[in-house]
Design a protein around this ligand. Sequence first.
Ligand code: ASP
Length: 306
Amino acid sequence: MLGLAIHGGAGTLPRAETSGARELRYRAGLAAALDAGFVVLQAGGTSLDAVTRAVMALEDNPLFNAGHGAVFTIDGHNELDAAIMDGSTLKAGAVCGVTHIRNPIELARTVMEQSEYVMLSGAGAEEFALSRGYALVPSSYFHTPERWAQLERIRRGDAGLSALTISHVGTVGAVALDGDGRLAAATSTGGMTGKRYNRIGDSPIIGAGTYADNRSCAVSATGHGEVFIRAAVAHDICARMRYGGRTLSEAVREVVLGELPALRGEGGVIAIDAQGEIAMEFNSEGMFRASRRAGEEAQIAIYRPE
Ligand code: ASP
């Protein structure tokens, strides 16, 4: 059973910010990224390739907070984080705090496949990228007017913005099961608008925002990163299945609707298990998400079951 699920971030979604034409653009972006990953699976490709393609499509879309559309730090920079994990080997790669990498998920994958390390940061990650033939992009590539306006609202201390208003967040991710039964997970983000001090969230941390293990499931998370790190969300979901005998949906619900709210952690996850079961659960008002399994129609949703 081939399967792919993607997300474009969770958060409180003021209807005003996502209504009408804007909502349609989000839906179209999700549909395109889902297709980009699903054709890989249909053609017999690996789950690693599928999640890489899907996340790159979301990184290239300025609507989502990753790659091109990354949010700004308080002093007006873009610092990007990404991670990828192969559930059949437990190999993983991650980059954090990169500022000139067009597709951080691609670099995370190169770290996994072409280095002896799991996680590289900042200038060193970019030096590694150059050594592997990457072209660096100028920081202006990440300068989108919408994200800049959001930073200015935060700098003004605009009332009415919660930490998880969609304009602050919007991480992207993908999880997949391929025809050979291999699971993979990938997550990419610009982090949280107005972040300081080279803050790193959960997305690039293996076991927090990203995890995959063929013996249980593949998970990509989105939400308030500090809490997701403390709760080791992605690994906890896998562990509940592996040691606790939970089904995928039980494990996901226990963590997203139990552990996280207890720590006041808002957000959600997408997950897929080795049988192709998919779970997409969140405790925020909405989560941009889409999924498709072999022989089934694509599902695209933002709010609660539509
Ligand atoms: N989890 C991300 C972070 O904390 C943000 C998000 O998912 O929107 O960096």
